[in-house]
Design a protein around this ligand. Structure first.
Ligand code: ADP
Ligand code: MG
Length: 283
């Protein structure tokens, strides 16, 4: 990842993979409110990019723009050298499965849309089982979302996203509601998907440790509105990462603290601005 026209912080050699996504001077707003301003970035094929930033900084909005669910007011988003691409898979925090369908039926529905009459019903169910097995849910194909734990539902949501067949996966705080152990297991799963299936992943999180474990690079958004890119940081720890060793290392602690400081700096600046406006308004 690199922020255009900005110096990169890390000494890493830039990846030679082709550019997958390019956002050029992207701005977006609703009526009078500017939500995102002048977003410029490039994401390379196979990259794991994490978006961080306080609530309201426009991270979800940016994912919606990437998924072509919204259009920028100005600027351009180019994915695979094209404007607008509609079959991108998105995984949200609140499991977006249909509760009246079993795990496999949820996936068959997505597959039907993609394969439109090219496969028999039996083949579709076989494929659905393969996707569920990929996320270690081969034993739960017949379960309804209501019969599954939060972690299982998120695994099913990931399987459904994979079944869409896109090589780009967008994830919006997907593990925010999970307990710590399940969260770690699912982090390992998405790392494996990124590595084995060469998917480009854009992942939003508030959690600095999660960001460092997953990301090749981290984009920090400033508090909005309008949200802007504050900084883009390459993660200096080579994958695969040994979690325990990393978390005990001085390098990790310093890197994490810098990251949190960067996020807090933006928040404090915003608070100070707000106080100044409010004080001025009182005169
Ligand atoms: P984040 O995901 O970083 O928390 P969002 O992208 O959800 O931020 O929201 C960014 C800003 O856009 C927030 O100030 C939010 O209130 C505003 N916003 C989001 N959706 C709408 C909408 N449909 N209409 C007006 N404002 C919105
Ligand atoms: Mg959000």
């Amino acid at each position: 990842m690199q922020v255009l026209e900005k110096e990169k912080k890390s000494s890493h050699e830039p990846s030679s993979a082709p550019i997958k996504i390019k956002a050029i001077n992207v701005s977006f707003g609703y009526k009078d409110t500017e939500i995102l301003k002048d977003i410029n970035l490039e994401v390379r094929e196979g990259e794991f990019l994490v978006l961080m930033g306080p609530s309201g900084s426009g991270k979800s909005t940016f994912l919606r723009l990437l998924a072509d669910l919204e259009k920028p007011n100005s600027g351009e988003i180019i994915i695979n050298n094209k404007n607008g691409i509609s079959d991108i898979a998105v995984v949200f925090q609140d499991y977006s499965l249909f509760p009246w369908l079993t795990a496999e039926e949820n996936i068959v529905l997505a597959l039907k849309k993609r394969l439109k009459g090219k496969k028999s019903k039996k083949e579709l169910f076989q494929l659905a089982e393969q996707y569920l097995t990929m996320v270690q849910l081969g034993h739960a194909t017949k379960k309804y979302p209501g019969e599954m734990s939060g972690g299982m539902r998120q695994r099913a949501a990931i399987a459904r996203a994979l079944s869409v067949g896109s090589d780009l996966l967008l994830m919006d705080e997907p593990f925010g509601a999970l307990d710590p152990i399940t969260r770690i297991q699912l982090q390992e799963l998405v790392l494996q998907i990124n590595q084995d299936q060469k998917k480009t992943i854009i992942f939003v999180t508030h959690d600095a440790e999660e960001a460092i474990m997953l990301a090749d690079s981290i984009v920090m958004f400033s508090p909005g509105p309008p949200g802007k890119i504050l900084e883009c940081i390459d993660v200096p720890f080579e994958k695969p990462i040994n979690r325990n060793e990393l978390f005990e290392s001085r390098e990790f602690i310093e890197f994490r603290d810098d990251l949190l400081q960067l996020m807090n700096k933006g928040i404090f600046e915003k608070l100070n601005q707000k106080e100044a406006v409010e004080d001025g308004g009182g005169i």
